[in-house]
Design a protein around this ligand. Structure first.
Ligand SMILES: NC(=O)c1ccc[n+]([C@@H]2O[C@H](COP(=O)([O-])OP(=O)(O)OC[C@H]3O[C@@H](n4cnc5c(N)ncnc54)[C@H](OP(=O)(O)O)[C@@H]3O)[C@@H](O)[C@H]2O)c1
Length: 321
């Protein structure tokens, strides 16, 4: 399976999905959890594109509300319908259990162990080509390995340079399971009260990026790949999508890898945004910075390049003296 894929969280719609297909992404990671994903938009984007279904690896995941053997078997066909396909390349248990109000306050019919039996049947019938789990602890993964008829092929979990998941990766390595990292670009920290993205803004990653002439995001993704970890970056910007595919024409040296490895467990809130570069013109509105961060300079250049020239970095050239 491809080691680089496109992450579809953030309820990504058919337009960016179509662009990702067109650019050559060959793996798409989605889920039945419509809180974050729109499986059917991926099905439509694929049907509308010129890319053959057989050229693309589709991963989806079971919502934890459907844990249980029969409930998993009842839930699974929705992915086939939404994705307009007769087989799913990989089907994962999204979580080992419900948490917060994710399952609407109702207990699922059964447990992840019972769901695994359902996944094994789907695999044996050829409806799914690979099985996996997500958000499992090392201990839960060991339990699964102890009773599975078909052991997991894929384990998907959060991994970024400050949160490296070494114990879980070690279990995967020992059992020949592919570890697929999510949120490698630092997005998990925002939900934990960290205001500056500590991966994309990290000075160590920034320095390595300058050394290899790549972006900080590419360095984070390449670092994961060099650890034998698959990645699934998400982006709505064509330029970023292209960067996410361009990860095989450069290497990080052993020293660069070690400098990033040493960030594991370090304090994410110690990473501060660098001061903004000096501007040679001003914005018309205080909201320009936020609009620019949301991608409006590309989406709405006519207005933004004029009214928000400083934030879009499109200040008119100074007249020659
Ligand atoms: N199993 C699970 O429980 C679970 C949980 C979370 C995520 N996931 C999966 O993992 C995927 C990726 O994780 P994620 O969605 O948390 O986010 P991510 O890929 O770590 O980061 C996405 C963010 O990075 C930015 N970005 C992407 N490429 C960039 C580049 N080259 N330069 C600068 N910024 C860049 C994007 O902004 P732009 O749009 O502006 O480029 C976006 O804000 C998800 O989409 C999903 O498929 C699974």
């Amino acid at each position: 399976m491809p080691l680089v894929g496109y992450g579809c969280a953030g309820r990504i719609g058919r337009k960016p999905l179509g662009e990702a297909l067109e650019l050559g992404y060959a793996l798409f990671d989605t889920s039945q959890a419509s809180e974050w994903y729109l499986e059917e938009e991926l099905g439509v984007a694929l049907a509308m594109s010129s890319v053959n279904r057989s050229a693309v690896f589709l991963t989806s995941k079971l919502h934890p509300r459907d844990l249980g053997e029969q409930s998993t078997l009842r839930a699974f066909p929705a992915s086939l319908r939404n994705l307009q396909t007769s087989t799913i390349d990989a089907f994962l248990l999204h979580y080992p259990r419900c948490f917060g109000d994710l399952c609407g306050g109702r207990e699922p019919e059964g447990t992840w162990r019972e769901s695994w039996r359902a996944l094994e049947s789907l695999y044996e019938q050829g409806q799914v080509r690979a099985l996996g789990v997500s958000n499992f602890s090392p201990d839960e993964l060991q339990q699964l390995l102890g009773f599975a008829r078909t052991p997991p092929h894929i384990v998907q979990s959060w991994m970024d340079p400050l949160h490296q998941e070494r114990p879980l990766r070690e279990v995967c390595r020992a059992h020949g399971i592919l570890f697929q990292a999510y949120s490698t670009l630092g997005t998990q920290w925002a939900g934990r009260g960290v205001r500056v993205n500590p991966v994309l803004r990290h000075p160590v990653l920034g320095a390595v990026a300058a050394e290899v002439g790549r972006s900080t995001a590419q360095v984070a993704l390449r670092w994961a790949l060099q650890h034998g970890v698959a990645v699934i970056p998400r982006s709505t910007k064509r330029r970023h999508m292209a960067e996410g595919l361009d990860l095989f024409a450069f290497d990080l040296s052993a020293a660069q890898m070690a400098s990033i490895d040493s960030l594991d467990g370090t304090d994410p809130s110690a990473v501060h945004a660098p001061p903004p570069p000096p501007r040679s013109c001003t914005d018309d509105s205080d909201a320009c910075g936020a609009w620019a961060d949301a991608g409006e300079c590309d989406a709405n250049p006519g207005y933004m390049h004029k009214a928000c020239a400083a934030s879009c970095d499109t200040c008119p050239a100074k007249a020659e003296l």
